[in-house]
Design a protein around this ligand. Structure first.
Ligand SMILES: Cc1cc2nc3c(=O)[nH]c(=O)nc-3n(C[C@H](O)[C@H](O)[C@H](O)COP(=O)(O)OP(=O)(O)OC[C@H]3O[C@@H](n4cnc5c(N)ncnc54)[C@H](O)[C@@H]3O)c2cc1C
Length: 305
């Protein structure tokens, strides 16, 4: 199927406003890196998501999911095929002590919604800039809490386009991973089981975590958050700091002076520069401490030709 036909099919499924062609992905990622998406489509219903998956399967079009772009590095050559973003599916609703949030809702907003109805359990997520879908995919967590602690169930789309409801245990949530990539699931919504709490106490915890985050993280620059997972028995940031890497720069990418676990896009970096710096940090830490740093951030897309 040629690109014109793919475009026609996508606007038939959604609408013209929901299909962008040759869209620069640097406008959709927290690192502000990345080339263009052939097609960036933002469905508005679950059925549209299913139809897009079925179209990609039928026509063998490469297919990629983009959440809030806060844990992704898109390479400079961009991404071929269909890139789907669910940010228009962002409803958040509360029933008793449960909150159900659609995939495109920001987990920060779900955490705030819990505060509004005095439910406790999602305070840890109040500063994580991902979507619900991305948070489930990564089992996102911070300050001693993680999605695994509060997720009850999820509605997903299987690779064949069918809907599926799973209990949280069936997603194999572990430290910064789930089985979502292995199974090729698309998250449509998650239901979180919370507990009744006290508004002032919940707010105090969220304020404290926000203060810690703002004082320790280089939020003034584009970044993907912590680049590496915590290696067993160590802290990635401390290893990087002790390797003397803070401030090291390749092109416009720099190991943050404020938090060594972050690499910031300080000055119009390319993805190539950013990724080279990641490799340099991994090689240096391995050489100095014998520890292999595993990336938390995902790298997708193609190099420039
Ligand atoms: C400043 C900063 C601070 C951060 N702090 C934290 C932190 O404290 N704790 C933490 O855990 N993370 C943190 N992160 C990383 C990031 O916010 C989380 O990993 C988040 O869960 C990623 O969600 P996203 O929607 O941005 O996903 P994206 O980056 O868009 O995508 C990540 C992966 O999820 C997949 N995905 C996205 N949506 C779906 C879906 N609906 N269904 C299936 N797969 C999907 C994508 O295909 C991709 O493979 C931070 C990032 C930044 C920039």
């Amino acid at each position: 199927m040629n690109n014109h036909h793919v475009f026609e099919e996508l606007i038939n499924i959604t609408s013209k406003e929901n299909v962008m062609v040759n869209e620069p992905l640097k406008n959709h990622t927290y690192t502000r890196l990345g080339g263009n998406a052939d097609f960036l489509v933002t469905p508005e219903t679950y059925e549209q998501v299913q139809l897009i998956v079925k179209l990609a399967n039928r026509e063998e079009i490469p297919f990629t999911l983009l959440g809030n772009g806060s844990n992704l590095i898109v390479k400079d050559g961009g991404i071929r095929g269909i890139i789907m973003n669910l940010n228009k599916l962002n409803d958040i609703r509360t029933t008793d002590t449960k909150i159900t949030a659609q995939s495109g809702a920001r987990i920060i907003d779900v955490s705030r919604a819990a505060l509004d109805v005095k439910l406790t359990g999602l305070e840890f997520a109040c500063g994580i800039p991902g979507s619900v879908g991305g948070a489930l995919y990564m089992n996102a967590g911070a300050y001693g809490g993680e999605i695994k602690d509060v997720l009850e169930s999820a509605i997903l789309v299987e690779p064949n386009g069918n809907l599926l409801t799973l209990r949280a245990e069936e997603l194999d949530l572990e430290y910064r991973r789930s089985n979502i990539p292995d199974k090729g699931y698309i998250v449509l919504e998650g239901t979180f089981a919370l507990k009744e709490g006290n508004y002032d106490e919940i707010k105090a915890v969220m304020d404290d975590l926000t203060f810690k985050r703002e004082s320790k993280q280089p939020l003034e620059y584009p970044s993907c958050g912590s680049v590496f997972k915590r290696p067993p028995g160590y802290f990635a940031g401390k290893l990087i700091q002790d390797s003397g890497l803070q401030g090291t720069q390749i092109g416009g990418a720099q190991v943050s002076l404020k938090h060594a676990g972050f690499i910031v896009n300080k000055d119009n970096a390319t993805a190539e520069e950013y990724i080279s710096l990641i490799h340099h940090v991994q090689a240096t830490v391995k050489e100095k401490f014998g520890v292999a740093l595993e990336r938390e951030v995902r790298i997708i897309g193609e190099d420039l030709e």
